[in-house]
Design a protein around this ligand. Sequence first.
Ligand code: HPA
Ligand code: ZN
Length: 358
Amino acid sequence: MCNTSLHAFLEALPKAEHHMHLEGSLEPELLFELAAKNDITLPSSDPAFASPECLRKRYENFQNLDDFLSYYYIGMSVLIDKADFEALAYAYFAKAASQNVRHAEVFFDPQAHASRGVELSTIVESFSRAQERAAVDFGMTTKLIMCLLRHLPLYEAMEMFSQARDGGYYANGTLAGVGMDSSEAPFPPPLWKDLYDVAKELDIRRTIHAGEEGPPLYVSQALDILDVERIDHGVRALTEGDDALVARLASSKTLLTLCPLSNVRLNCIDSIDSFPLRRLINSGIRFSINSDDPAYFGGYILENYCALQDAFNLSIRDWEAIAKGAVLGSWCTEERKEQLLIEIKDVADKWSRESEKE
Ligand code: HPA
Ligand code: ZN
């Protein structure tokens, strides 16, 4: 909760989230529960795995992206059967709905499960079931984006991508796009050109984690070489990028899916005060505010909005513009966008009128 008069407004504001890894929403309590159920031994040599509380405490001290990723991959190793994947996704959708997320585009990392023998079909069918339940129970629209892992060889990413394509998951709309995540700096965009060329040929939407660990050059190469339409993170393009790159991102209406609490936890920025919110707003870049891996970084989408509000004291109209920008950058139908824009305007108008009365 933020300490500002806008907290209730921020709760009520209809939201669109675009950067949330389903495996990153695995809370320590569920992690331990599934480890026991599936007979998975957690590393006994690491005191962090003594209890859910110890693990949560350890998550407050990530040194960098790779330090986080090592816990993230151990964590997701407890996910085995369809019920586990469905429970994970439904728990996130329920939590997001409680914070008025009306549209969510979520990532998953199938290669990280394939190494344990979990099939792509097991994962996708379970997530699809959770998506259907979220639509019925919360009226939430959702999209699934498959992420491929940069620290593994290109041919493995290609194989997983072909499996998804041959399984018909793109043709039938089960998957909305393709992205790449995991370590960034040692794996620059030219490595992934063949994969993104195939995706483009097939008219599949493309995004990539860029400018989190890598420099602004990583972001411009992702645009130039991979022809991505979205950048996940991109924070370093704002903290270190020159005006030409910022102007390019703004004029191309590339959505940047930013994650403030994640940036602080992974030491991409010193503190929330250093988050480049003013430059984002002033430059006219299209962006959304997201939770990334909420179970690991200390908060879901509302906690990210609140942390920014505490630091930057925005107005109701500023937040209305941020929420609308997020909707405009979404991969949902134009009709759904129209609905959500109206919902946002109604909430912003109502709270503006009330704040004028005070
Ligand atoms: N960056 C890179 N890879 C990831 C992340 C992230 O923030 N979260 C999950 N995998
Ligand atoms: Zn991410």
